[in-house]
Design a protein around this ligand. Structure first.
Ligand code: GDP
Ligand code: MN
Length: 382
């Protein structure tokens, strides 16, 4: 789960990391009032779950409430990488001397958290990594050992942080790591991590992603979820305890079991198509569950065909076929469905589908044939 900047900063502030005072605003009037309350120079910032707000005109430094209102007017509704700005964060302005970058993330290949620090903050870290790789200091933290003082010292030295700044920066790095650990985050990124003119450090931005699988242990973070910003299909799937992932092609994928569903994504690509999404109906697959899952997959307007891929183990294919036929009675079918049934009672399942002879359904024997047909039907429909 991605957090808005102001939510990330809320976690930071709780941990004792310095952040500027700020207020969330949803309208021009609220923005003006927030600026009045803060007084002096304020920064009006778009709150969207994507980066690059500065470049897109989503961050404006203004000198008084009238100018804050004007900036709010310009930023509300602003489209940043396909995310429409509906909320703002109005922050007290700070006197920035330098902008650094710091992040904690997972290095999956090393199976350890990775710290990254560079004095080239403010800009895209991808640019720094590509054009100035030596300027980006990287250091792993063995999770069994945990973060120790030497990690910070070594990282700051590698990144070339001036010696006189290290004493002030070290505790921030340690605390940011503790936030990463305690909140069970996948990412804690501060860009820029700023050195103020008075010699202290402050987190001027916050990008925090919490591990979805750990959210049940973090009710306070779960409560931060913005239902209005969520993808409607993802939200519906979550409500029904179905695993659903949105992609950007036009073939919808339904299957039982994460492994099968993942390989179905690959096979669609192999057949020259692009998956629109994938949904794991899990074991059992009652008519009701299949109907819900099918409804969610089909409610994505980009879906031009659906590949329903079932491998019967404990789940019996005849039960799944009955479930699917039942689902056809209750769900509006606006795209053709290609079915591949294999495993336990596959013959019986196919026989049931053949008997029903539904025009929306095409049955294929193998996964590859089913994928090819689904891709062809999607192309015909587009
Ligand atoms: P991003 O472009 O989405 O990463 O947005 P940031 O929160 O990083 O803001 C972009 C830039 O605004 C920063 O790199 C700063 O250079 C600039 N900025 C200028 N003055 C201020 C200030 O007082 N506070 C904050 N937060 N940012 C400022
Ligand atoms: Mn930033």
């Amino acid at each position: 789960m991605d957090l808005y900047e102001h939510q990330g900063k809320e976690l930071f502030a709780k941990a004792g990391i310095p952040v500027a005072a700020g207020h969330v605003a949803y309208s021009v009037d609220e923005a003006r009032a927030a600026a009045e309350q803060l007084g002096g120079v304020v920064v009006v910032k778009s709150q969207v779950l994507t980066g690059g707000r500065g470049k897109a005109g989503g961050v404006k430094v203004v000198k008084d409430p009238a100018a804050a209102a004007e900036a709010a007017e310009a930023i509300l509704g602003l489209d940043i990488n396909g995310h429409i700005t509906r909320r703002l964060y109005i922050e007290a302005g700070v006197k920035i001397a330098k902008e650094y970058y710091f992040s904690v993330t997972f290095d999956r290949s090393a199976k350890m958290p990775l710290l990254m620090l560079t004095t080239m903050g403010g800009m895209d870290v991808e640019d720094v990594a590509e054009n100035h790789p030596d300027a980006l200091a990287r250091l792993h933290v063995d999770p069994a050992l945990g973060y120790r003082g030497f990690h910070g010292a070594q990282l700051m030295s590698k990144a070339g942080i001036p010696v006189e700044e290290r004493k002030a920066l070290a505790p921030l790095l340690a605390t940011l790591y503790s936030v990463f650990e305690r909140e069970e985050a996948m990412l804690v990124e501060v860009n820029p991590l700023v050195l103020l003119e008075d010699g202290t450090f402050l987190a001027a931005d916050a990008k925090v992603t919490i591990d979805d699988n750990a959210l049940f242990r973090h009710a306070d973070v779960e409560a931060m979820r913005d239902l209005a910003a969520a993808d409607p299909q993802e939200q519906a799937a979550r409500e029904h305890d179905l695993a659903y992932v949105k992609l950007d092609g036009d073939v919808g994928i339904l299957g039982n079991g994460a492994g099968l569903v993942m390989s179905t994504v690959d096979v669609i690509a192999q057949a020259g198509g692009r998956p629109a999404n994938f949904c794991d109906v899990g074991g059992g697959a009652s008519a009701e569950k299949i109907s819900t899952a099918l409804g969610i997959v089909l409610s994505d307007e980009k879906v031009n065909s659906v590949l329903f891929n079932i491998f019967g183990g404990i789940t019996r294919c005849d039960e799944v076929a009955k479930g699917l036929l039942g689902a056809l009675e209750t769900t509006e079918i606006r795209a053709p469905i290609v079915v591949r049934l294999d495993g336990t009672n596959a013959e019986e399942g196919r026989a049931l589908l053949a008997e029903a002879a539904r025009p929306e359904i095409t049955v294929e024997k193998t996964m590859l044939e089913a994928a090819a047909t689904a891709v062809r039907l999607a192309k015909e429909a587009s």
